[in-house]
Design a protein around this ligand. Structure first.
Ligand code: TAP
Length: 481
């Protein structure tokens, strides 16, 4: 039986868009060298004009961050810094609906996800790190770990506000100041966050936000006034940044791409596993670094799992991201849609069997129907490369050892999932999977106290938890590291 849903759109009235946004430097919005437009990927409507930061603007932002670091933030006691972080966390909660609607408008993700995942988790990161600010001496890094200085942070478009929180909260808690560059296609919630910093009376220059494209990011990471670079994005750009930072003395953490295996054993409850598979690859349109984009299913249950999966995919509702019933929103940009389309055609050309959910696609905007490929071999590009879209590649295995070998047969190592009733098998698998996070009988669960990061080409360094603090502290010379 199929239920018909009436439209349930979230109102846009809570968001006040400005026609034009400046750069956030030294606690104020200032003009920059040129401007660009940010659009809604669901309708292609122009939302606002945003400033492009050139090298001279990046210079000003770094100078503001240095001054704030030296005069205010690094000398402020941790308990005082913590109060600002608590204030920011509460303001994110107070303005949660506004942030969620704006995120959905600029990014294209369903409001259900920005409202229930992105924004609450962003607030949770500030709450969590606020608690650490006055306890760094008890975190096991020695009695007085020191901040690093000015941090340059570059983030992608898939979780704009959440990635900002992952970066800004620990940096500030540890006594650093930041210059952050959001992605070109999703700058608006970072600019609203700048307003929240003003509302929280955060001292000017502690957080600076420079909008722009890859060239702005390049100018930021190469700037000699930066002490540490924190980057989340593609492996390709991550490698470029690693080269740019080599021998500069800058500290570096890289959170890069992934091609996670979601491994389903024959004793797993099929309906629960199917929910996990759907959440693993279709959450946020598959624009997730740790997406379960390779399904490894035990051969004996392949047909049952695939039949249940296709049935479930047939019920996914694709469309207006602001509709509270929408499961799958818009692809973030035309460029990303072209990339997904190209990789899907290579899957077909290389002989894999494609099945896409029979959902109508809106006329305007960027859309891709949830898609699953069977008859995939490990050599196919769709099994090796990160698609970063709602596309699942299915492979089979017979034994746990074969599952481990296939799961680890990737240059990436960010996450993995295991579905089985047997606790011993979960532990056996977890100790052999080369992935930063292994989920058991669930997928895509995040918590600020849990470190997140990769192996191999998925990057290095951890974000979240006590491990994440270390990336923002100078712990050299501490006795009990
Ligand atoms: P990228 O193209 O790498 O862009 C990431 C950020 O870097 C953007 O702000 C981008 O600016 C900027 N950038 C581009 N070229 C640069 C350069 N040469 N120097 C410095 N900065 C530069 O990635 P994306 O397409 O936005 O994001 C998708 C990727 O992020 C996927 O591979 C995904 O797996 C990864 N990701 C990883 C994680 C974790 S935690 N591991 C989390 C989320 C996403 P523009 O936007 O202006 O191009």
């Amino acid at each position: 039986m199929r239920f018909e849903y009436s439209p349930a759109p979230e109102s846009r009235a809570i968001v006040t868009l400005r026609d034009s946004y400046g750069l956030f430097i030294g606690g104020a919005f200032v003009p920059g060298s040129s401007v660009f437009k940010t659009i809604s990927p669901a309708s292609e409507e122009v939302l606002a004009e945003v400033t492009h930061a050139g090298p001279e603007d990046v210079d000003k932002a770094v100078a503001a961050a240095r001054q704030a670091y030296e005069r205010t933030w690094s000398v402020m006691p941790g308990r005082e810094r913590g109060k600002y972080l608590f204030r920011i966390a509460r303001l994110i909660q107070e303005r949660a609906r506004e942030l969620a609607v704006l995120e959905t408008m600029d990014n294209g993700k369903p409001i259900r996800e920005s409202r229930d995942v992105d924004v609450p988790l962003a607030a949770a990161h500030f709450f969590y790190h606020a608690g650490w600010a006055d306890k760094l001496g008890y975190a096991g890094f020695g009695p007085s770990p020191r901040p690093l200085g000015v941090v340059g942070q570059v983030i992608p478009w898939n979780f704009p506000l959440l990635m900002l929180a992952w970066k800004v909260a620990p940096a500030l808690a540890c006594g650093n100041t930041v210059v952050l560059k959001p992605a070109e296609t999703t700058p608006l919630t970072a600019l609203l966050f700048a307003e929240i910093c003003q509302q929280a009376d955060l001292p000017p220059g502690v957080v600076n936000i420079v909008t722009g494209d890859g060239a702005t990011g390049q100018a930021l990471v190469a700037h000699p006034g930066i002490d540490k670079v924190a980057f989340t994005g593609s492996t390709e750009v991550g490698k470029e940044i690693a080269r740019a930072c080599a021998v500069s003395g800058k500290r570096l953490t890289l959170e890069l791409g992934g091609k996670a295996a979601n491994v389903v054993f024959d004793d797993a409850p099929v309906d629960q596993a199917v929910e996990g598979i759907v959440n693993g690859i279709f959450f946020n349109q598959g624009h997730v670094c740790c997406a379960g984009s390779r399904l490894l299913v035990q051969e004996s249950v392949h047909d049952d799992v695939l039949a249940a999966l296709r049935r479930r995919m047939g019920t996914l509702r694709l469309g207006d991201p602001l509709d509270k019933n929408t499961d799958v929103g818009a692809i973030n940009s035309r460029a990303q849609l072209d990339k997904i389309t190209e990789l899907v055609s290579t899957g077909e050309a290389e002989g894999a069997a494609r099945w896409s959910a029979p959902c109508p696609l809106p006329d305007r905007g960027f859309w891709f129907a949830p898609t699953v490929f069977t008859e995939v071999s490990q050599a196919h590009r769709i099994a090796r490369e990160e698609i970063f879209g709602p596309v699942l590649s299915v492979l089979t295995f017979r034994t746990p050892a074969e599952a481990v070998e296939k799961a680890n047969n990737t240059p990436y190592g960010l996450s993995a999932g295991v579905w089985t009733e047997k606790g011993s098998l979960i532990l056996w698998m977890a100790s052999r999977l080369r992935a930063g996070v292994v989920w058991a009988n669930t997928f895509n669960r995040f918590d600020p106290s849990s470190p997140f990061g990769g192996y191999k080409e998925s990057g290095f360094g951890r974000e979240g938890g006590r491990h994440g603090l270390e990336a923002y502290l100078d712990v050299t010379g501490s006795a009990d590291v």
